[in-house]
Write a protein that binds this ligand. Sequence first.
Ligand code: GDP
Ligand code: MG
Length: 440
Amino acid sequence: NLTNRLSVVIKTLRGEARLTEANIQDALREVRMALLEADVALPVVKEFIARVKEKAVGKEVMSSLSPGQALVGVVHQELIAIMGGEKADINLATVPPAVILMAGLQGAGKTTSSGKLAKWLMEQKKKKVLLVSCDTYRPAAIQQLELLANQTGTDFFPVHAGQQPKEIAAAALDFARRHFHDVMIVDTAGRLAIDEAMMEEIRELETLLKPIETLFVVDAMQGQDAVNTAKAFAEALPLTGVILTKLDGDARGGAALSVLQVTGKPIKFAGVAEKMTGLEAFHPDRMASRILGMGDVLGLIEEAQRGVDQQEAEKLAKKIKSGKSFDLNDFKMQFQQMKNMGGMSAMMDKLPAQLTQAAQKVKMDDKVMGRTEGIINAMTPQERLKPEILKASRKRRIATGAGVPVQEVNRLLAQFEQTQKMMKMMNKGGMAKMLRGMKG
Ligand code: GDP
Ligand code: MG
């Protein structure tokens, strides 16, 4: 609960806390659940958790985070690292034509992705691309690719009736050389399930074409089943990368992690729509967040890091501890910090109970906060340091400057006095702890 969390946060403030098997146990359980819910295969989950544990235990906890949050940070980073860190680019560094071979089950999205990739290469890399279909298994497969070629304005290699995949591949390679194509994308036949005839066929194509990229195309909706498919293809072919399709569906993204763990190859592209523009470079960081489904938790970490500025809080704490009075500059800084934290209402549930009550007494809400800042801005530096010099004429000047009635200035000064008292009270209970406790 919140109190526990705060006490843990406070412990970390003294710089003593490190991640231990014990203090990451709960968070690890959450992570395990998140991964399973994201449809990551169980063996992959187990391996990943073990890896995270090894990385995390003994790690120092940033002072603004609780161990649970720090662990999620480790998990997030580890997910990104596993998924390739920086995005992996397509490799075309060879004597043209650079051959890209598409492999995967039927329905994975090979043909669609071939068309998309052709468009992407023409637009992003200014390449001359040839689309080739070696899918003689399904009757309409070749026409499907031809249609996409027309749609995207890509050159298409014409196939004669009765030509076998290997014949098509050899003829297309010759054609591409003679027509100076930079890239040749070869679509292949899939099967509904792993099948030796299919594997043999694509192995032969691979030997013949010597592709610079052999991309394993996999449907993200396959979830856990992606593991077995990926394993079979990785064993049969020297894969160089993965295209993860149908990420626009409700796939939780677990397939990404499973496929990566099994193949050890980077995901180079993601299919995000049926249409030909629906291909994107793969972003490991976005996928990590999607898999964790922990936007909230990640947001919390960011908030903690950005929220109350550590140094400012410390300065203020020190000042109050040292017996120096809490002045209107500090008051204003507090407001700014509250704004950074998402306003008073967002702060309320993060504050320890005593402070919440005190704050309610002061009756601060988000609107008042904005006006308060304006009023303090209208004061001279000296007035901010010594509010006691604020007599009637100065108050009138400030009110005019801030565009508020004089009563507002009086109300602010009353609030300030209340807060000053509150700060003294808090100081007895450990001001520094309170201020930084807010960040949990
Ligand atoms: P293949 O058998 O591997 O060649 O698969 P296809 O390219 O024919 O794709 C199978 C189905 O999935 C088709 O209806 C495609 O339109 C659809 N598809 C492929 N990629 C995507 C994608 O990224 N998003 C969506 N929504 N549909 C896709
Ligand atoms: Mg196809």
